[in-house]
Design a protein around this ligand. Structure first.
Ligand SMILES: Cc1ncc(COP(=O)(O)O)c(C=O)c1O
Length: 468
């Protein structure tokens, strides 16, 4: 048994978690499971006495109502296929094939797949990049206004809030502008399920979006894969949404996952605000000692930082973020992600002060390598779309050496993981900047999804225009 052996060996490391899932293996969560001797006892299906996720009438109906009360939204839906399924459903609920939507080009791959599934036309909007720190920030109202002027027929806009680095844009003015233009606002708030827990945090997406999707599993005490979709305005056709949710879900939703959402919502309701206050206190103290983590002062006007994300700035700290991740792991701390520029630590209100005390000790005790990043993210965002995603995917293809692909149209996604933002989307024209970046990532052994197997030099699948 391969998986079980791996899980056992990771368990033995007793890791302190600054990564997802948000439950952080906390005793409060485990205590709720005490009624069960074994997880198998929770693994039921739709039998008399349970409920039906797609026609909830009893326990699931009540549990979903608890979620909508917690978030103060019109209606909430449990998702057992991650935020990915919610993103597909929200996009396909507000559009029909052939419609146009506006998409921030730093969205997670699920958004581009949603465009493909919904057979949509898309106009991308380039996000702002923090050039010195080399992190994506998000959209400005001005860039959205330009895109709307150029695409007045757009039905909806999709953006991520907050992003992987905890940076959020000016939702309030964006929402009010979109409303004035009759464009629906769809927010991928995968990283923002906790923002309603304190007035000291940036505003929650559900206050401004028409539909919002939360990866509850990332920042709440909830098991991996369990997410929430919220309807926040009366502009949404609920019957169509229910159809789309069903379309993107298994017909055998796991009660283990749904129960974990129920537990998470309960724990958040009972302990969330108080434990969030404690978490923020621990973070302020930690950042007081370690000044080289991203702060609001680093961000330009109209961008806001989720204080629960700790982002190590390689350039300011003179530390190599990948080496920080490597050395911390050897000392039983796992963070979320690192590259040559930054390291991201994901906290949740399930992190206790002791976690930060241990992290502080390790940051002071360990010797890390020096920063060596060179900061060129801004270039990779600017590829020209030459074909729709679906035209590219269904087109004849050929495989060429990456170095020979300048000016060719990509047939595949090329995605460094994490964070899962495609560097190349099918249909985009490959340029020399992106090729340089992929070679660099490859030399550094980054996990890149989408390049065909090759023993020697890197290759890429492109749209074949031979006969045309
Ligand atoms: C911004 C963003 N959106 C969507 C997703 C997909 O969420 P899930 O893994 O819950 O399907 C992720 C996953 O990391 C993400 O970072």
């Amino acid at each position: 048994m391969y998986l079980i052996e791996t899980l056992k060996s990771i368990k033995e490391e007793n890791l302190i978690s600054f990564h997802v899932p948000g439950h952080k293996y906390h005793p409060l969560f485990l205590k709720e499971l005490e009624a069960f001797d074994h997880i198998l006892q929770m693994d039921i299906t739709e039998i008399p006495g349970s409920d039906d996720l797609f026609h909830p009438e009893t326990c699931l109906l009540k549990a979903q109502e608890e979620a909508s009360n917690l978030y103060r939204v019109k209606q909430s839906f449990f998702l057992v296929n991650g935020t990915t399924s919610g993103i597909y459903a929200m996009i396909m609920t507000v559009t029909k094939p052939g419609d146009k939507i506006l998409v921030s080009r730093d969205c997670h791959r699920a958004v581009y797949d949603g465009i493909l599934l919904g057979q949509l036309n898309v106009a991308y909007i380039e996000p702002e990049i923090h050039n010195r720190l080399n992190i994506p920030l998000g959209l400005t109202l001005e860039s959205i206004k330009v895109a709307v002027d150029e695409n007045p027929e757009a039905k909806a806009l999709v953006l991520t809030y907050p992003n992987y680095y905890g940076v959020g844009c000016d939702l309030k003015s964006i929402a009010s502008y979109l409303k004035s233009k009759n464009i629906l606002f769809l927010i991928d708030a995968a990283h923002g399920a906790h923002l309603m827990l304190s007035d000291d945090l940036i505003e929650p997406a559900e206050k401004y979006g028409d539909i919002v999707v939360h990866s509850a599993h990332k920042s709440l005490p909830v098991m991996t894969q369990a997410s929430l979709l919220h309807v926040c305005s009366d502009q949404i056709d609920i019957n169509k949404l229910k159809f789309m949710l069903k379309l993107h879900h298994t017909s055998s939703p796991s009660y283990v996952l749904m129960a974990s959402l129920d537990i998470g919502i309960h724990l958040t309701k009972v302990h969330g605000r108080e434990k969030m206050k404690n978490l923020l206190e621990s973070i302020y103290q930690f950042k007081e000692k370690h000044k080289y983590f991203l702060s609001q002062e680093d961000l330009p006007e109209n961008f806001y930082l989720d204080a629960t994300k700790l982002v190590l700035k390689g350039v300011d700290s003179n530390l190599d973020p990948r080496n920080v991740e490597e050395k911390l792991r050897k000392n039983n701390v796992q963070l979320e992600f690192s590259n040559e520029e930054t390291a991201v630590f994901v906290t949740s209100f399930m992190n206790e002060k002791a976690d930060f005390d241990y992290l502080t000790k390790m940051m002071e005790m360990l010797n890390f390598k020096c920063y060596s990043g060179i900061g060129n993210l801004a270039n990779r965002m600017k590829l020209q779309p030459k074909m729709s995603i679906s035209d590219a995917l269904y087109h004849e293809s050929e495989i060429v050496f990456l170095k020979d692909s300048i000016g060719k149209i990509s047939k595949s996604y090329v995605i460094p993981y994490p964070p899962g933002i495609p560097s190349i989307v099918p249909g985009e024209m490959i340029n020399d900047n992106i090729i340089d970046l992929i070679y660099k990532w490859s030399e550094q052994n980054f996990h890149i999804v989408g390049l065909p197997e090759s023993n020697g030099d890197l290759k890429i699948e492109i749209v074949s225009l031979k006969e045309e």
